[in-house]
Design a protein around this ligand. Sequence first.
Ligand SMILES: *[C@@H]1O[C@H](CO)[C@@H](O)[C@H](O)[C@H]1NC(C)=O
Ligand SMILES: *[C@@H]1O[C@H](CO)[C@@H](O)[C@H](O)[C@H]1NC(C)=O
Ligand SMILES: *[C@@H]1O[C@H](CO)[C@@H](O)[C@H](O)[C@H]1NC(C)=O
Length: 233
Amino acid sequence: MEKTLVVILTLLTASGILTQKDMDGKVFLMPRETSTSYVRLYPMRNGPIANLTVCLKCHTELARTYSLFSLATANKYNDFLMFHYTNRFSIYVGNQQLFFNIPSTAELRSICVSWGSLSGEVVLWINGNPYPRKIIMKGYRVNSNPIIIIGQEQDSYGGGFDAAQSFVGEISDLHMWDRVLSSQDLMDVLYNSNMSGNVINWQNLTYETKGEVLVLPQLCKLNYKPDCCNIPT
Ligand SMILES: *[C@@H]1O[C@H](CO)[C@@H](O)[C@H](O)[C@H]1NC(C)=O
Ligand SMILES: *[C@@H]1O[C@H](CO)[C@@H](O)[C@H](O)[C@H]1NC(C)=O
Ligand SMILES: *[C@@H]1O[C@H](CO)[C@@H](O)[C@H](O)[C@H]1NC(C)=O
């Protein structure tokens, strides 16, 4: 399971350190509530995007609102956003918002969201459980040149952060595709961990951290099965 780093490409930029590496078995830990700590993820494709799927695992004890995945474009700061309210989960596409009622718990969660422009269908899976599907922004395309940030929610293109919406906890296994994954594909993502995103690939992640963000080994639930980090179990 533990893979060695495939590539370490480190470029010094004016603002931070751009890193490219295999994050398999690793998490980003955002240990504190701030408006300054976050990770910017650099996508391998720049859009526009007519179909998408994002999967990630998150672990937090937050009982307030927080952003999980913030994709802003030049004119739409919530062009695609995964946002958590207490007992509600919200998806934005093209600044339009919809809600799913979900139980609030502190367990490790695997979350996958897909949206397809043709039907406008949004599918939310939490720990492998699908929620009733909803429709939003039929015919729309998420704009080109996104800025993708985890840890903070963008209220401008690449900024406008609010500590009260920051993420505190661990995020891992984040992949993004420019298509709607089938249930069978999602089985492979969740149980076999052998599907990599073609827009964002956790196994070949190009990212930049700002403020206090740590890269740590994933902690698994202690049980007798060696491959315990695959959830749901
Ligand atoms: C990793 O990502 C970089 C930059 O996006 C890309 O050029 C490279 O081909 C990728 N490597 C693999 C093994 O996919
Ligand atoms: C998006 O998905 C639909 C339905 O699967 C497909 O017909 C369409 O060609 C896709 N669009 C793009 C740009 O991939
Ligand atoms: C992932 O693993 C499963 C089970 O071993 C296999 O059926 C599937 O074809 C694999 N998918 C990919 C994309 O490698």
